[in-house]
Design a protein around this ligand. Structure first.
Ligand SMILES: Cc1cc2nc3c(=O)[nH]c(=O)nc-3n(C[C@H](O)[C@H](O)[C@H](O)COP(=O)(O)O)c2cc1C
Ligand code: SF4
Ligand code: SF4
Ligand code: SF4
Ligand code: FES
Length: 622
């Protein structure tokens, strides 16, 4: 393997790759990371044998996430520009034959929306409003190939920084870009680097935070799985800017593909002289160790993460001193998020000014979101800051499945907030989201519809934070536990008058007195649902009724005779035979037999089955 001793050698290598690249060659790019869960590896093997069988001149390229995960397993075909999804092994002979013949795309595997088919990736609404900086290579390159990365301008930014810029020039460029840390707090990256650069020390460290413990989030995982070299290059640039000689990628062991690919990428970069001693002969030295986290959410908090790397129990420490002054083993340390770091090479190559053109006054550039929950296009998206929630959820995300109604979006991870429909036109920027009652967080976006109970949602996220509390400080350790008990009382029909006020007061004191971000933000789901969905709490409290049909015991199902067509589908599917009725006549549910499993509600195409107050429970209560 080539070992670059100078920037010129890297440039020569890149130019050789460009000369050899043949853009007219037919290539099938298959997502073989996240899509594995939907059989991508079987599809890959089927493609291999079918291409051989049909003697087709097609190259198969295994990539990371291509974004539209709802269509898993997905493939894109170059240069035809076709996007196929939801493939199974039996489809592969036809797909290969179509590609080899360059025939019309097979409609039953292309993206469709509102009855319209979109064979070409460039026309799919999901991709149209996106702007890819962080995800510029994800889904296009083989994450296991350093040559693929270099071929798309990889390592050109560190070459530029080392060849043409002083560390302070790098910091100025990053400051000019206006980028704020994507790990949650939104602290300006240029300023963080400036602080760390200013401290004198024999050793400094640079850490990449890839812990990503939020349920529903998979942005950082996708970058480490799909384009690990972009993170390494971002770290190299940051290390040069602050004067660090060693770095860590902290990635949770629950992300085995991310661990495997980032370990391989570090090895490749080291072998090629892009990590290690005297990089490009400039005298700058930097190397990276991969550190696997054991999966505690609190270990994403920077001081806990440092403790974890040092081999101590992952518990936060009061700040100051901030890590930039005294971090890993007491030395100046910068910790940046995966997404922040993956943006840095592009900022150095295009200039901070170009990046700052995107976004709003206070929030520049793009943001990656993981769309999950009740949304058609679950997946990974990158959009310019400043677009609205409505654009993300309805234009990019394709709206709510089964014609149901949008109720709220849970933003910013487990300790984010729930924003209702009246905030759909809120701009995606740090200030607007905070003002509306949520947080940008790291970019998890969980969409909820009319069948989600907001009291239960608050309970779910609070339960997560409570279990992840490290226990160091009393407000979080005991406060979240008491809050969880209170919210659970609502979901069980046991809440009493005054409990809403008690819950609110407790939430505020946990928020205001906890030591770290976990406890300070854990009450957010409760505070935001009390703010926007207070009526649901009141209905649970006074009527012992869960109008969304979620909290067991607080509702029964009833069939609306005027809506029921007597199609019998519900009766056929009821596992306990609780539904009776003649064909083409309204059906009824035997509430004694019914186990409120909800199957009939899912099956009914006429929306005839709805939750109703549970009279028996009300009578008992009265
Ligand atoms: C409980 C908790 C969990 C966190 N988890 C993460 C995480 O998984 N990834 C991350 O980058 N930042 C996480 N953070 C934020 C980090 O402490 C830190 O601010 C961030 O890594 C800094 O990088 P940035 O400036 O690039 O955002 C977490 C914070 C808290 C309080
Ligand atoms: S707020 Fe919670 S997680 Fe943070 S230090 Fe206190 S107990 Fe630990
Ligand atoms: S599935 Fe719906 S419409 Fe059909 S019988 Fe049941 S309730 Fe009536
Ligand atoms: S909720 Fe379940 S048990 Fe009850 S009637 Fe419907 S299908 Fe049967
Ligand atoms: S994981 Fe395959 S497209 Fe997202």
């Amino acid at each position: 393997m080539i070992h670059f001793s100078s920037v010129n050698e890297l440039l020569a290598f890149k130019s050789d790759l460009t000369k050899k690249a043949d853009s007219s060659k037919t290539r099938i790019r298959i997502c073989s990371t996240g899509c594995r869960a939907k059989g991508a590896l079987k599809i890959r093997d089927a493609f291999h044998s079918e291409i051989k069988k049909q003697k087709a001149q097609i190259e198969l390229v295994e990539t990371g996430c291509q974004g539209l995960c709802a269509y898993a397993p997905v493939v894109s075909i170059d240069p035809l520009g076709i996007f196929y999804g939801k493939l199974s092994e039996k489809d592969i002979p036809m797909v290969v034959a179509q590609i080899a013949a360059q025939g019309a795309a097979l409609n039953n595997h292309v993206y469709s929306e509102k009855g319209k088919f979109y064979p070409h990736l460039s026309e799919i609404p999901f991709f149209k409003s996106q702007k890819k900086i962080v995800l510029r290579n994800c889904g296009y390159i083989r994450p296991t190939s350093i040559a693929d990365y270099i071929n798309r301008n990889g390592y050109m930014a560190i070459a530029k920084a080392l060849g043409e810029m002083k560390p302070t020039d790098v910091i100025d460029e990053v400051t000019k870009s206006g980028i704020r840390g994507r790990g949650g707090a939104g602290f300006p990256t240029g300023l963080k680097w400036k602080f760390a650069n200013g401290y004198k020390s024999d050793t400094k460290y640079f850490i990449c935070n890839g812990d990503e413990g939020d349920p529903g989030a998979f942005m950082d995982r996708a970058v480490l799985e799909g384009d690990p070299h972009s993170v390494i290059e971002g770290m190299l640039i940051g290390a040069y800017a602050i004067g660090a000689t060693h770095g860590y990628i902290y990635v949770r062991a629950e992300y085995p593909i991310a661990v495997e690919y980032s370990t391989l990428a570090v090895k490749q970069a080291r072998e090629m002289g892009l990590l290690g001693e005297n990089i490009f002969g400039t005298g700058f030295s930097f190397d990276i160790t991969i550190k696997q986290g054991a999966g505690a959410f609190v270990c994403g908090e920077e001081t806990a993460l440092i403790a974890s790397i040092e081999g101590r129990r992952g518990m936060p420490k009061p700040r100051p001193p901030f890590p930039a002054e005294s971090g890993l083993w007491g030395r100046p340390t910068v910790i940046n998020n995966v997404e922040t770091l993956a943006s840095i090479p592009q900022i150095i190559l295009d200039g901070g000014g170009a990046y700052a053109q995107l976004g709003t006054a206070g929030s520049k550039g793009t943001k990656v979101f993981a769309l999950a929950g009740k949304i058609n296009n679950t997946g990974l998206v990158e959009v310019p800051m400043g677009i609205t929630l409505r654009q993300i959820i309805f234009d990019v995300g394709g709206g709510i499945p089964h014609g149901r109604t949008f109720k709220a979006v849970q933003m910013g991870g487990p300790s984010g907030g729930c924003l209702p429909a009246e905030h759909l036109d809120t701009s995606i920027d740090y200030e607007s989201i905070k003002q509306a009652g949520a947080i940008m967080g790291s970019g998890g976006m969980i969409v909820l519809d009319e069948r989600n109970c907001m009291v239960d949602i608050a309970r779910y996220f609070l339960d997560f934070c409570q279990k992840e509390s490290c226990g160091k400080c009393v407000p979080c350790r005991i406060g979240t536990k008491r809050m969880l008990e209170l919210v659970t009382r609502f979901t069980q029909g046991k809440a009493e008058t005054g409990d809403i006020e008690k819950l609110h007061a407790l939430a505020e004191s946990v928020r205001d007195s906890s030591l770290c971000g976990l406890g300070q933000t854990a009450p957010n789901p409760v505070i935001s649902t009390l703010r926007y969905f207070r009526k649901e709490y009141e209905t649970h409290l006074h009527d012992k009724f869960c109008p969304s049909g979620v909290c067991k015991g607080l509702f029964r199902y009833e069939i609306a005779t005027e809506k029921c067509t007597g199609c019998t589908l519900c009766a056929k599917n009821c596992p306990v035979k609780a539904i009776a009725g003649e064909k083409k006549k309204p059906h009824t549910i035997d509430t004694i037999k019914c186990e409120v499993c909800g199957i009939c509600v899912e099956k009914c195409r006429f929306n005839a089955i709805a939750p109703m107050p549970n009279k028996q429970l009300n009578q008992v209560k009265k």
